[in-house]
Design a protein around this ligand. Structure first.
Ligand code: NAP
Length: 285
């Protein structure tokens, strides 16, 4: 069996189409939604991600700025940038591009971000809202995965989803979103991680398997029930090559699989812009 591809591009286009309409409505009342990024250091992959985010903003009519901080500038410089963006009325939402170089404390930086301007949906207040199912910005990669399943008609409600990885940006929030009550949720979710023995016993029982690990090729065909849907959320850069968590040969047993390129990534950017527009809408009244 050759799996069908869960391509992120069409999903991102659909989300961005909706974002563009919302931007138009905001512009009609004199508001141009603005996103900012903070890029610390000179990691080429991070710089590439930031560039893509700004290009996408330009495509759908958002304004955007980038603040660059040298890798050796220290935590105080990062916190000064955060204070500046918290105070800037033209910035509706912003993010700190990850990973930060050694010597920076992301948790402390994130705690300083105004939760209303948290483009990534990772601030503790917003993760708390997610737990409580209250409105607020949601983590972008998990939201992109949820939108992808919905777009391709993969039934989430009642499905057994196994998320491999319990990290704060991907595995843990995704498990919350898919098990929350109502639209895009209602799944039975199992979260597995490095302390779980015989991990494949769990993944083989899943209707949907999500790699949220950050280990190339971690999910192999033996770990997947024939016909399951398999998503690679975790990625690793090896030089300029992007390596997904899911081994390509899983495509021989799965019914749907994310492609090596153009999977979850484009949907993550689309969700970032959706969070930003929602933040701009909240200053309308
Ligand atoms: P993280 O904090 O790096 O955590 C990784 C998780 O994987 C941990 O729960 C860890 O288990 C588990 N793990 C690592 N090695 C394992 C092994 N050998 N067996 C079983 N479990 C193992 O996670 P994160 O920040 O949520 O990110 C996860 C991945 O998502 C990364 O690759 C990141 O690049 C990717 N990501 C992608 C996007 C995107 O746009 N596509 C966005 C955000 C993140 P323990 O908890 O037991 O240590």
């Amino acid at each position: 069996m050759a799996a069908e591809l869960l391509a992120g591009g069409p999903v991102a286009d659909a989300v961005l189409g909706e974002v563009a309409e919302r931007v138009e409505r905001l512009k009609a009342v004199g508001i141009t939604p603005g996103l900012a990024t903070i890029l610390v250091g000179d990691d080429p992959a991070s710089a590439g991600y930031v560039r893509r985010k700004h290009e996408t903003c330009a495509e759908v009519g958002l304004s955007s700025i980038n603040l660059e901080i040298p890798a050796d500038a220290g935590q105080a410089a990062l916190e000064a940038a955060i204070d500046e963006l918290n105070a800037n009325p033209e910035v509706d939402a912003y993010l700190i591009q990850l990973p930060l170089p050694d010597g920076f404390d992301f948790a402390a930086a994130l705690a300083r971000v105004d939760p209303a301007k948290d483009a990534d949906g990772l601030h503790p207040t917003n993760l708390g809202r997610l737990v409580l199912q209250e409105p607020g910005p949601v983590p972008c990669t998990p939201a992109g995965i949820q939108a992808m399943l919905d777009h391709y008609g993969v039934e989430i409600a009642g499905a057994h989803v196994v998320v491999v990885g319990r990290g704060p940006t991907l595995g843990r929030p995704l498990a919350l979103m898919l098990s929350n009550r109502g639209g895009g949720g209602d799944a039975a979710v199992t979260v597995v991680h490095s302390r779980v023995p015989d991990l494949a016993d769990h993944t083989r029982r899943a209707d949907i398997v999500v790699g949220a690990v950050g280990v190339p090729g971690f999910v192999t065909p033996e770990m997947v029930r024939p016909g399951a849907v398999v998503i690679s959320g975790g990625i690793t850069w090896e030089g300029r090559k992007l390596l997904p968590d899911v081994n390509e040969s899983v495509g021989e047993v799965a019914s749907w699989i994310t492609p090596r390129l153009g999977g979850v990534g484009p949907t993550t950017v689309a969700m970032l812009l959706r969070n930003t527009v929602a933040a701009a809408e909240s200053r309308q009244v």
